[in-house]
Design a protein around this ligand. Structure first.
Ligand code: CP
Length: 326
């Protein structure tokens, strides 16, 4: 059933065709519906192992993969550099050559430094599928769960909808660019006009912006960058507002945090949500800085779909593992 996906890596959604992504989300939707009906999927990956290598912490990604492989009949190993010989300098090649002999799939999270390069070198030597669980550039599994959520909320009718990804103020720490970059790449491929809003210093990588423009052009849709949260929200159908760091502007953490403090007005509240279409939904990948990035009245309000997005990580991860590891 799943043979065309066997051993396929997912480092960025750009690696998968629109048709492949649609098929993956159909499998995820089926898993979701059948779980609600009490149907078990525990024979699909019976006795198979998924390695989860985390260089940084996680709540959703780790637990959605771990619960997911358990529901599919397999088992997850939680690995960190300190729990392996990676800490002592074992190469990506040797690490994955060995793990490929023990299990059927691996996910990696490395959001700072050269995460994507590390994953690529693992993938180049891997005999099992490699899933990007977030690097400094991409977060494909979150973006897929977000797309699944939007499809559900708009009954699969996404053509011409206005999708906004906006920067928010959040002074606690510097977050990577992987989320906004993954969203601007993916959403126009599924029929939406994409607006990216941020203060000047919070720009994304130029090559990713170029690719997002190309995706929109190919789909006959618009991709626009604006410097006003309010302007971006007008008549929007999807408001995805979250923080990221001024990483293209400065790599110095102190200077970055100082820059964030210039934009305390970039927070989401009900007044701003009223600028959007009455049917608009509010999205955030979480973790969220409550009442700093976004008012609790929005996060807990009727337009918020943040817990649906988090739930859909489980179904999408199950689909990815079933498709690539069965
Ligand atoms: N959204 C997300 O990736 O959450 P975690 O960092 O908790 O995995």
């Amino acid at each position: 059933m799943y043979s065309s996906f066997k051993n396929k890596h997912l480092l960025t959604t750009q690696d998968w065709t629109v048709e492949e992504i649609k098929e993956c989300l159909q499998v995820a939707a089926r898993f979701k519906q059948e779980r609600q009906l009490g149907i078990y999927h525990d024979q699909i990956l019976r006795a198979k192992t998924f390695f989860m290598l985390f260089f940084e912490e996680s709540t959703r990604t780790r637990n959605a993969f771990e619960a997911g492989i358990h529901q599919l009949g397999g088992h997850a190993h939680y690995l960190t550099p300190q729990a392996t010989q990676i800490e002592h300098g074992e190469t990506a090649k040797d690490t994955i050559k060995v793990l490929s002999r023990y299990g059927e799939g691996i996910g990696i999270r490395k959001t700072f430094g050269q995460g994507f390069k590390y994953m690529k070198s693992i993938a180049d030597h891997s005999e099992i599928p490699v899933i990007n669980m977030q690097c400094e550039t991409y977060h494909p599994t979150q973006a897929l769960a977000d797309l699944m959520t939007i499809k559900e909320k708009f009954n699969n009718n996404l053509r011409g909808k206005k999708f906004v990804i906006s920067w928010t103020y959040a002074p606690n720490y510097i977050r990577p660019l992987s989320m906004p970059q993954s969203l601007i790449l993916l959403m126009s491929r599924f029929g939406m006009n994409v607006i990216l809003a941020h203060p000047g210093e919070f720009n994304l990588r130029p090559d990713i912006l170029k690719q997002a423009e190309a995706n929109a052009r190919e789909a006959g849709l618009n991709f626009e960058v604006v410097e006003s949260m309010e302007e971006s929200f007008r008549d929007a159908h999807v408001i995805y507002a979250k923080s990221w760091g001024p990483i293209m502007h400065t790599e110095d953490e102190k200077a970055g945090l100082k820059l964030i403090d210039k934009y305390t007005g970039w927070v989401v509240d009900q007044a701003k949500m009223k600028l959007a279409s009455p049917e608009a939904i509010y999205m955030h990948c979480m973790p969220v800085d409550r009442d700093i990035e976004v008012a609790s009245e929005v996060l807990d309000g009727l337009q918020s779909v943040i817990y649906d997005e988090a739930e859909n990580r489980l179904h999408v991860h199950k689909a990815l593992m079933a498709l690539t590891m069965a």
